[in-house]
Design a protein around this ligand. Structure first.
Ligand SMILES: [Zn+2]
Ligand SMILES: [Zn+2]
Length: 239
């Protein structure tokens, strides 16, 4: 807990926006100024996203359920993100990997995405777990911070113990194609208390949806344990 307070104490406003260097006037905006938040591509219904994985497909709405088809074999039922992994979302998420602080603007975007989704019948929230090694290095799990922040506002329980990451994957998976990413997290997750998961609609939370390999493999473990539905909610979606 001390790491949390320490990082709060160092956030004194106004500070320089990490994108444009203008001053950040509102603590709510975190590390990025209001103008840069304004510039950030947030999904608002005026675009077409894959009906299953939430991939951005078209910059105008569609009257049909549209699918990207790349996610056909993914194990989750539906995935949604607040916006694309650029600008203020990118900067805020990169900060979240080092500083355990969820700016209100970021938290509100995740909340709004949840409220606009059909995930509201979720029974519980599960943050994507880190391996023990990564958790020890970082001191906290950024997905748990987002999950706690959301849970407080929608009155759902956060289950941080049922899903475990048993394989430590190397930090950089950049340059890996989708197939090798899939391979690197295959069977990386397991459910240690299936009776808490069985028959449940699970809302899986992560900071960023990149290839979908991580959340799909979490969903695979959850479904194997009897989860009825697995929804995926992330702050951002890689383009
Ligand atoms: Zn700025
Ligand atoms: Zn898709």
């Amino acid at each position: 807990m001390s790491v949390f307070y320490d990082s709060l104490l160092t956030l004194i406003y106004p500070q320089a926006c990490q994108i444009c260097q203008k001053s950040v006037e509102r603590q709510a905006d975190g590390f990025v100024c209001a103008d840069c938040w304004e510039e950030t591509p947030i999904f608002n219904g005026n675009e077409t996203l894959c009906h299953k994985c939430g991939a951005f497909l078209l910059d105008k709405p569609s009257h049909f359920e549209t699918f990207c088809r790349r996610c056909d074999d993914d194990f989750y039922d539906s995935a949604k993100a607040a916006g694309t992994y650029e600008d203020a979302l990118l900067t805020s998420i990169l900060n979240l990997k080092h500083k355990p602080f969820v700016p209100k603007t970021l938290g509100d975007l995740l909340l709004q995405t949840f409220l606009d989704s059909d995930f509201q019948n979720s029974d519980l929230i599960i943050p994507v777990p880190l391996s023990l090694k990564r958790f020890a290095e970082r001191g906290f799990n950024q997905a748990e911070l987002l999950a706690d922040n959301l849970a407080r506002q929608i009155n759902l329980t956060v289950d941080k113990t049922s899903l475990k990451r048993r394989i430590h994957t190397e930090k950089s998976r950049r340059g890996m194609d989708r197939k090798s990413r899939m391979e690197s997290v295959k069977n990386a997750f397991e459910v240690v208390s299936p009776r808490l998961i069985e028959g449940k609609k699970v809302l899986l939370i992560d900071d960023v949806f990149t290839s979908g390999a991580t959340v799909s493999n979490c969903a695979k473990a959850l479904k194997k344990a009897g989860a009825e539905t697995v929804y995926v909610l992330t702050a951002a979606r890689a383009v």
